[in-house]
Ligand binder design. Sequence first.
Ligand SMILES: [Mg+2]
Length: 368
Amino acid sequence: MKIKEVTLRHLQMKLKFPFTTSFGTFQDRDFILLEAKDENGRSGWGESVAFHSPWYSEETMKTNWHMLEDYLIPALLNQEITHPDEVSEVFSNIRKNNMAKSTIEGAVWDLYSQQKGVSLASALGGKKSKIEVGISIGIQETASDLLRIIEKHVEDGYKRMKVKIKPGWDVDVMREVRKEFPDVPLMADANSAYTLKDIDTLKALDEFDLMMVEQPLASDDIIDHAKLQQAITTPVCLDESIHSYEDARKAIELGSCRIINIKIGRVGGLSESKRIHDLCESHDIPVWCGGMLESGIGRAHNVALTTLSNFTMPGDTAASSRYWEKDIITPEVTVTDGYITVPDQPGIGYEPDVEAIEGFTIEKKTFR
Ligand SMILES: [Mg+2]
């Protein structure tokens, strides 16, 4: 296959509910959508998960646009590609910028599976026909607000509740959640809000039988996490610290975590996600797929990846309607009794709604 044309779009979609983490509150989601056309005029779609500001990682929407426009698109246009795994070789002399790389690699995977006439899930080697999903709940004004939200999502059938925590919104809040929901599968995500000085607080979480505590310490650390994992019984899950197969290998070797959250954008694409998945499987480290407030296109890629066998824990990929009044794919991603049915049509398996996409577009550029 050859990529003959690429269109970048800057989309802005209003979130249904403001989303608060330990870094701040978001009302809108700005992101880049990428459409790549092959020699037959067929379109493959990819989404950048980089945020408008560098709170999750150093990459932003603007740095992704720059990397795509000035380096990645020129490197890939008109190159003969026989398998999407080759995309990372084409980019091998360009360091990091994983979310930017993943944006275009995702579109190549979509095109590749369409050309083969199989779903993206089967092209990746996934076998599941439905996947279990959980929900991620931002920091709320009060604990009773949080309890109400959890109650609603338990009723909707979501398979696990993930609660964002930060200093001052942690042990007491989790205690209230556990009191009200003694059996619900529950985890906490700290987005690096703690240091080893907070070890007593993190130890105190052990009494709540959490599935895991996600990324409690610095976003680039695996050493202190290994010390922490020694000191607490709750499994540590790494998110921000893992950018590659090599990072995962080192974290496993050091004992820095017992679980890994794989985000396609953070690790530079689906091929690298699959390599990390396989490595973790061989070490009995379960993985799950984290969310980045994706539109339907990114959500569809997450659904496909989650069909791999070692995604044994529910991910963050909730229904479109949890985040958006209207999504940009048809049908939208829906959740029934805590499961998403995996589409079996060729490619990502959902039809991009070009009219809706144009409606949310505030900037657009095509490269040939
Ligand atoms: Mg996280």
